[in-house]
Design a protein around this ligand. Structure first.
Ligand SMILES: NC(=O)c1ccc[n+]([C@@H]2O[C@H](COP(=O)([O-])OP(=O)(O)OC[C@H]3O[C@@H](n4cnc5c(N)ncnc54)[C@H](OP(=O)(O)O)[C@@H]3O)[C@@H](O)[C@H]2O)c1
Length: 279
């Protein structure tokens, strides 16, 4: 049966390969990203079942607008794949005053998931897949400085957001047990060029990708299997292995429910603070 799949970051890299794979299988696919020209090409090539929403998900306001448009156009959403991400070599602050990696890589995913819980709940076997570094234990939540105003590094910001995404899955699944929530690590996938990386690292990463990374189509096949057959239970973590997936142990501190609830509460406070300022 044709399903409705929403993919943030569905115009490049892993998201693009998955979007095309799902169109081939007969689903309706909506990609969300900034580059309108790439979006137009996706719709032209994809035909009637391909949709695109141009948006910058690094602001809460922009993310909420996308969520409202999606919920309005699609009363039932079968799969929400969260893949929008961009690397930045230095600390950047969004128009809403938030550190950009935190805002895009974690906060927009929190906002979208919760805002789309209703259309997801209406689906037969809804699944949400959060593409991140699931299973990694490096990095931590900087509770006293979530915006990393002190000692910033791109690695620190990405690792914090990665751990936050793991915890997001746990807290969301607790609140919405009827939706299958998956924290996902696609492994090393060749999505060159790495335009957001600082120069020496970029050259090294691109060399490594040429030698060792998997083609995005492999990751798309693995992700597609999770859309077709969501893992049992409200929450699971998976890592790509070849064109398939292996389970990640979720019993350790990375997925601790108490820590997940704490981050969820801190995130809601932060969002409420932004709302108070914009009123
Ligand atoms: N590739 C890997 O080896 C690897 C490994 C582990 C985890 N992951 C995770 O997998 C996901 C996808 O990675 P990828 O390598 O496929 O990424 P990618 O090729 O860089 O694609 C990123 C996508 O996100 C969109 N995007 C970037 N900034 C955005 C913004 N502010 N608002 C809306 N959309 C935005 C981009 O389109 P626009 O630029 O047009 O906005 C693009 O469609 C990421 O979450 C990444 O952390 C990847």
């Amino acid at each position: 049966m044709a399903r409705t799949i929403v993919i943030t970051g569905g115009t490049r890299g892993i998201g693009s390969a998955l979007a095309r794979e799902r169109l081939r299988r007969g689903d309706a696919v909506v990609a969300v990203a900034r580059d309108a020209a790439l979006g137009r090409r996706f719709v032209e090539e994809g035909g009637d079942r391909a949709g695109f929403i141009a948006a910058d998900l690094s602001t809460v306001a922009g993310t909420r607008e996308v969520a409202a448009e999606l919920a309005d156009r699609h009363p039932v959403i079968d799969a929400l794949v969260l893949g929008a991400h961009s690397m930045r070599p230095g600390r950047h602050v969004t128009a809403e005053g938030l550190e950009a990696t935190f805002a895009l890589y974690y906060l927009s995913r929190h906002v979208l998931l919760h805002a789309l819980a209703e259309p997801l709940t209406r689906a037969d076997r809804a699944v949400t897949i959060n593409l991140s570094g699931a299973g990694m234990t490096a990095g931590r939540i900087h509770w006293d400085d979530l915006q990393l105003t002190r000692g910033y590094s791109a690695t620190k910001a990405n690792l914090q957001a990665g751990r936050a995404n793991d915890l997001l899955g746990v807290a969301f699944a607790e609140e919405h047990p009827g939706i299958s929530t998956v924290a996902y690590n696609p492994g090393f996938v060749d999505t060159r060029p790495y335009t957001g990386m600082a120069r020496p690292y970029r050259a090294l990463a691109e060399l490594a990708a040429a030698v060792a990374a998997a083609a995005p189509e492999r990751a798309a096949t693995a992700l597609s299997a999770l859309i077709d057959e969501p893992p049992p239970g409200p929450f699971a973590a998976r890592k790509r292995r070849g064109s398939g997936n292996r389970p990640i142990d979720t019993t350790g501190p990375t997925y601790d429910p108490g820590t997940a609830r704490r981050l969820d509460a801190a995130t809601r406070d932060l969002l409420a603070g932004l709302d108070a300022v914009s009123r």
